[in-house]
Design a binder for this molecule. Structure first.
Ligand code: GDP
Ligand code: ZN
Length: 236
């Protein structure tokens, strides 16, 4: 149904995992969510044609109904992404139910609660993998192979160092556009064909931001990713 690939060190594309049906992007009030990282994950999900579920964990740490992290989640909901609130002391019951019958991979910053979540959903995962000792700060991983662990009636978890680096691989322009559907809707409508969507007056995307049809934050993210690939291409 789907294939996740990544470049190896010789710049050849290597398959990492097949048939992932859902990618769970985990964020939390702490560590503070990095919206650009979420956008980057969403680009990679769109590229692999895998649906994403955005989970805000550690809801017990939220500061009431006006918490900015809830607002952030609502923004993604409004863009059409599936979202869920979780916290460890609810035993992740709703998430568990949602994930049965899915082949899932978890992504997200270190410390957001992925291992806690996985241990609740797949109680013997700890024995089967070294996923808890993930050491992303140093870019080192204790597991080097990809594993598939079954849970529930018909669920499976794919754990792989390749997936933990997911979203950090090389992107190209078309892929980025694909991951920002609300922005790509306006591409081609700017005055200049080579519009950079930064300073041009007759820029359809900037006008959409002014009309609150596109979030300024999403346009920033988009431009940051485009800059990154432009830089990478100049180096090659
Ligand atoms: P990972 O790095 O994403 O795998 O995160 P961990 O699962 O190791 O969790 C990091 C810390 O957050 C641990 O101390 C957990 O006990 C804690 N944690 C996980 N879920 C929750 C939650 O819902 N609420 C709170 N307050 N802490 C949590
Ligand atoms: Zn433009």
């Amino acid at each position: 149904r789907s294939l996740l690939t990544r470049p190896d060190r010789y710049h050849k594309v290597k398959p990492v995992a097949a048939n992932i049906s859902l990618i769970v992007i985990v964020i939390a009030p702490l560590p503070e969510p990095a919206p650009t990282l979420i956008d980057r994950y969403l680009v990679a999900c769109a590229d692999a044609e895998i649906p994403a579920l955005l989970v805000l964990n550690k809801c017990d740490l939220l500061l009431g109904n006006d918490d900015p992290r809830l607002k952030l989640l609502d923004e993604y909901k409004a863009l059409g992404y599936e979202c869920m609130l979780t916290q460890a002391d609810s035993d992740f019951a709703e998430l568990k139910q949602r994930l049965d019958n899915e082949t899932v991979a978890f992504v997200g910053q270190s410390g957001v609660g992925k291992s806690t979540m996985i241990n609740a959903i797949v109680p013997d995962a700890a024995q089967k993998t070294n996923i808890i000792s993930e050491n992303s700060a140093l870019g080192q991983h204790t597991t080097t192979s990809t594993r598939l662990i079954r849970f529930g009636e018909n669920g499976a978890l794919i754990d792989s160092p390749g997936i933990r680096e997911f979203g950090l691989w090389h992107l190209d322009h078309a892929k980025i556009d694909h991951g920002f559907p609300e922005i790509s809707a306006f591409i081609g409508h700017c005055q200049y064909r080579n519009c950079t969507h930064t300073h041009e007056k007759q820029c359809a995307i900037k006008q959409a931001v002014d009309k609150h049809e596109v979030l300024a934050r999403r346009l920033d993210s988009y431009l940051r990713l485009v800059d990154e690939i432009t830089e990478a291409q100049q180096k090659n």
